[in-house]
Design a protein around this ligand. Structure first.
Ligand SMILES: C[S@@+](CC[C@H](N)C(=O)[O-])C[C@H]1O[C@@H](n2cnc3c(N)ncnc32)[C@H](O)[C@@H]1O
Length: 219
């Protein structure tokens, strides 16, 4: 698949801010009890239904979420668009395997994975490309496999030209749960869980409602 312009600017943006981003968000999960509960629930579903528990995090960034899933006894690996992010993830979490990759064309066989996590990474995919990405998630999951998608809830797109003193061009698309669920249904998923929570007061991220969906590829 030809690489879109959004992919290039997103990679450049995260390469430029990777170290500062990692520093700011390193401990984000420590103060996020509901997020940890949702990740644990996801991990238990995957482990209950799939003994090998092979999971891929797409858009793994500095790797903290993948490392958390590893602690929850999933056989997790991560891919990210940004080589700088992958370097940090490998350095900080050597127990997990991380590679450069792009979520609309995953380097994975059909139906090989028990789980897939897109934790605040689908937010960088423009509307017209989003169905193709969800179809790709469906392709790599085996029947009975689970996808977990986390995102900021809303109708607008936050655009940043600058972050941490670096010139970037990053779009953060807020999403409506029902719109993402429609994409999941079109791809062939069935919905397992739909959660919208208020922002944690301690979070370093933007203070808007946060959505988490878990969906299952039917057996
Ligand atoms: C907001 S960060 C979240 C990182 C990590 N999941 C976390 O919660 O710390 C978004 C990440 O998604 C990656 N990303 C964005 N678009 C991507 C794509 N098309 N394929 C793979 N990774 C992508 C970015 O490089 C960035 O590291």
């Amino acid at each position: 698949m030809a690489e879109g312009a959004h992919v290039l600017v997103t990679r450049n943006g995260y390469d430029a801010i990777a170290e500062k981003y990692a520093e700011l968000f390193r401990a984000e999960l420590d103060d996020a009890p509901l997020d940890r509960a949702l990740l644990r629930g996801f991990a238990e579903l995957v482990r209950r239904d799939h003994p090998d528990a092979q999971v891929l995090e797409v858009g793994s960034g500095p790797g903290a979420v993948s490392a958390h899933l590893h602690q929850l006894e999933l056989q997790v690996s991560g891919i990210d668009l940004s080589p700088a992010m992958v370097d940090i993830a490998r350095r900080e979490h050597p127990e997990v395997s991380f590679d450069v990759g792009e979520m609309s064309a995953l380097d994975r066989a059909d139906a090989g994975l028990a789980g897939l996590v897109a934790w605040y990474s689908l937010i960088h995919v423009p509307g017209p490309q989003r169905q193709g990405v969800i179809d790709e998630f469906h392709r790599v999951l085996r029947p009975g496999g689970y996808a977990l998608i986390a995102f900021q809830v809303g109708d607008d797109t936050l655009h940043l030209d600058e972050a941490f003193g670096q010139a970037i061009s990053l779009d953060f698309h807020r999403l409506q749960p029902d719109a993402v669920i429609a994409l999941l249904h079109t791809a062939g998923f069935e919905l397992t869980a739909r959660v919208v929570r208020s922002p944690e007061s301690t979070s370093r991220a933007t203070k808007v409602p946060q959505g988490v969906l878990i969906a299952r590829k039917p057996s």
